[in-house]
Design a protein around this ligand. Structure first.
Ligand code: ADP
Ligand code: MG
Length: 480
């Protein structure tokens, strides 16, 4: 009886063989995306995502493909590639969209393993140079970004310690890739560069490369104009540690994402370290291919948050120490309280303050600090609202905003909650009812009770009164 073979089952059989030879990772990268399209006699047609992909298969996996086809279709079997028309083709300028690989073209070598794309495969390097390992390779790192001057706080502890762990065993820890995300100015670039610098310091033989996503994109575009995409990819595939900053800029850039995907997979499967930053968590990255996003989540994703008060003070101290400038603790406190948006802004304020002091030959005191701040920071919480009050109180009492709104009756949380309600009544025009609704839907009588309780405690408890006076002073200093 004649068994009718269809392209899907033939391809499935081929894949069973291929996966054993090339290994899981390479299989996922290079074979899973292939779609079997047709079987005409001895010719199996498969669809690949891009021309680049086709070339890669040809270069690295032709041996195993030949063996698989031989096994399934006999020695007359042929493989034809169709390049997915929907996807943009890197080399569209000079490539055909239909390629045939006849048996005669396929060398009957044994299957290449995942290591096929090793250093040996570098033919003509990108930017006219092969990476000269350990020999003056420019990592594009700023030597001033170090762990030593990166102040640790709750806001960055996880990211920082993951970074330190990576420096011990780049590539082989489970933090691969490491993906750091945060709003601007919270230390992503500083931290990833510190990791790069520390790896270079500890592992002299490792090739570390830092690149911004914009630069990566423009290099890619340039290489595609010059028909050197393969060289571009090969260049990046040689590094041991790739740090790519602000990947959100790859959004919407299909071709660049495609080559990045290829590079990423190659590095990852060869146990090379990939470190990335982004301005939002991977799942919120818009215009980014789903398959890239899912790879970003393979390792560790950590965010950097706004530094709390203590960390801000420590950052100011560090900065002043670096500039060899001394200012009074009260000015430091004032700055730390006032500028809580991000570290870059905090640094900007300090620099302006130093500038003002030199310019006017005035010592840096509270008055100068206030003046400077008024001039450069617009709208520092000038509008006192309930969110602001809750944040302020929560920071002071080290009680989270969630707990302020929660049902819990723990003594210290109740006190913080009552104080926040007191501030809301004193410093906003909100009604008792709406204050209550902002604290976990409590009713207005709870708010009255809170205000009375705070007033009573201020009258009767000296320590509490002192705390409140300090709090009110700070609140006014910052808010008004
Ligand atoms: P991002 O890349 O997240 O926008 P940067 O790394 O450029 O932020 O940080 C902005 C500035 O703040 C840099 O000058 C950096 O040195 C400084 N900075 C950020 N976080 C810290 C920190 N934890 N300790 C010391 N300096 C910091
Ligand atoms: Mg940055």
């Amino acid at each position: 009886m004649l068994i009718v073979k269809d392209c899907k089952s033939i391809w499935k059989n081929c894949l069973q063989l291929i996966v054993e030879v090339v290994g899981e990772q390479s299989y996922k990268t290079w074979f899973e995306p292939i779609v079997p399209l047709a079987l005409n006699g001895d010719v199996l047609t498969i669809q690949v995502p891009s021309h680049f992909f086709y070339e890669w298969l040809e270069e690295h996996y032709i041996g195993i493909l030949r063996i698989a086809i031989d096994k399934e279709l006999g020695t007359h079997g042929r493989l034809e590639y169709v390049i997915d028309q929907d996807k943009i083709d890197f080399n569209s300028k000079n490539s055909t969209n239909f390629n045939t690989v006849s048996k005669g073209n396929i060398p009957l070598s044994s299957g290449n393993k995942a290591s096929a794309a090793s250093e040996n495969s570098i033919r003509s390097p990108f930017e006219l140079k092969t990476i000269d390992r350990g020999n003056g390779f420019d990592s594009n790192l700023n030597p001033n970004y170090l762990f030593d001057n990166f102040v640790e706080g709750d806001c960055n502890r996880l990211a920082r310690s993951a970074g330190i762990a990576i420096t011990k065993n780049p590539g082989t820890s489970s933090f691969n890739p490491l993906m750091l995300y945060s709003a601007v100015g919270l230390g992503k670039t500083h931290l990833v560069q510190s990791i790069g610098n520390a790896i270079k310091d500890k592992h002299k033989d490792k090739v570390v490369l830092y690149v911004s996503s914009e630069k990566f994109t423009s290099q890619f575009i340039e290489s595609s104009y010059n028909n050197r995409i393969q060289d571009f990819a090969n260049f990046y595939m040689q590094v041991d540690v790739l740090i790519i900053d602000d990947v959100q800029f790859l959004a919407g850039k299909e071709k660049t994402q495609e080559v990045f995907f290829t590079i990423f997979n190659h590095l990852h499967q060869n146990k090379k370290q990939v470190i990335m930053t982004s301005d939002c968590p991977p799942k919120d990255l818009k215009g980014m291919q789903e398959r890239l996003i899912s790879r970003f989540k393979w390792g560790l994703t950590a965010d950097l948050q706004q530094p709390d008060l203590e960390t801000r003070k420590a950052i100011i101290h560090r900065k002043l120490q670096h500039e060899k400038i001394q200012i009074s603790e009260s000015v430091i406190e004032y700055l730390a309280y006032s500028v809580d948006t991000n570290v870059r802004e905090l640094e900007g304020v300090i620099v302006s303050l130093i500038g003002q002091s030199v310019l006017n030959q005035k010592e840096i005191d509270l008055e100068l600090a206030k003046q400077t701040l008024q001039n450069i920071v617009k709208n520092i919480e000038s509008e006192v609202n309930i969110d602001y009050i809750q944040k302020f109180v929560s920071e002071f009492f080290h009680v989270s905003i969630e707990l302020l709104k929660d049902k819990t009756r723990k003594r210290e949380i109740v006190v913080a909650r009552q104080v926040a309600m007191y501030f809301a009544k004193e410093y906003t025009n909100m009604s008792l009812k709406s204050i209550g609704s902002n604290f976990g839907n409590r009713d207005h009588s709870t708010v009255i009770h809170a205000i009375t309780a705070v007033n009573d405690m201020m009258d009767t408890d000296r320590k509490f009164n002192a705390t409140m006076q300090e709090l009110i002073k700070k609140f006014k200093m910052k808010a008004v």
